[in-house]
Design a protein around this ligand. Structure first.
Ligand code: SF4
Ligand code: SF4
Length: 171
């Protein structure tokens, strides 16, 4: 669960308004910053960059800490201690890492000067729209805990692997 955010994705006791349009990222409160995440879970998938053309494909295999139904991290507060490779997104490192995030990611979109997408809970008012729009990984991802490492390595090298979910494209 994201800190300070209810299961409905609404920050308790605070009217958010369209703060993301007026407040610079580095000046947002922790609650505002956290609420920018649409909880799609895409950043928790393994991805593969194709040799030669640099195209990036996201796979159906998710970090073992991802709850593939809720699309939330099961140990969010201490995630970096548990999964050392987990990439923490902060206002100060977004300039460096935004290109590593999915093109749909709200943090990346805001950094690139775009508005939040129509499926975003802060736009729709519902935490379900990210799932209804097919942006979240719900019903598509499988935990790496269920995939043998040898199979994972083999399948990720396979051309046209059935594990490839989608190519990263801009929206
Ligand atoms: S890709 Fe971005 S919006 Fe989606 S879960 Fe990750 S940080 Fe949140
Ligand atoms: S540890 Fe990081 S990559 Fe893994 S599920 Fe949690 S947020 Fe996602």
């Amino acid at each position: 669960m994201k800190p300070g955010v209810s299961s409905e994705g609404v920050v308790a006791g605070e009217t958010l308004g369209s703060f993301w349009e007026t407040i610079p990222l580095e000046q947002m409160t922790p609650d505002q910053w956290e609420s920018l995440c649409d909880r799609c879970g895409r950043c928790c998938l393994y991805k593969v960059e194709k040799a030669g053309d640099g195209r990036v494909f996201y796979t159906a295999v998710a970090c073992r800490l991802l709850d593939c139904e809720s699309c939330l991290c099961k140990d969010y507060e201490v995630r970096k201690n548990v999964i050392h490779r987990c990439l923490l997104i902060t206002p100060s490192n977004l300039e460096t890492i935004h290109g590593l995030l999915p093109a749909t990611c709200a943090y990346r979109r805001i950094f690139e000067g775009k508005n939040l997408a129509c499926w975003h809970p802060l736009i729709s008012g519902s935490p379900d729209t990210v799932h209804e729009a097919g942006i979240s990984v719900r019903s598509m991802a499988v935990s790496e805990a269920l995939v043998h490492p040898d199979d994972l390595e083999y399948l990720l090298k396979e051309e046209g692997s059935s594990l490839f979910l989608f190519e990263d494209k801009h929206y």
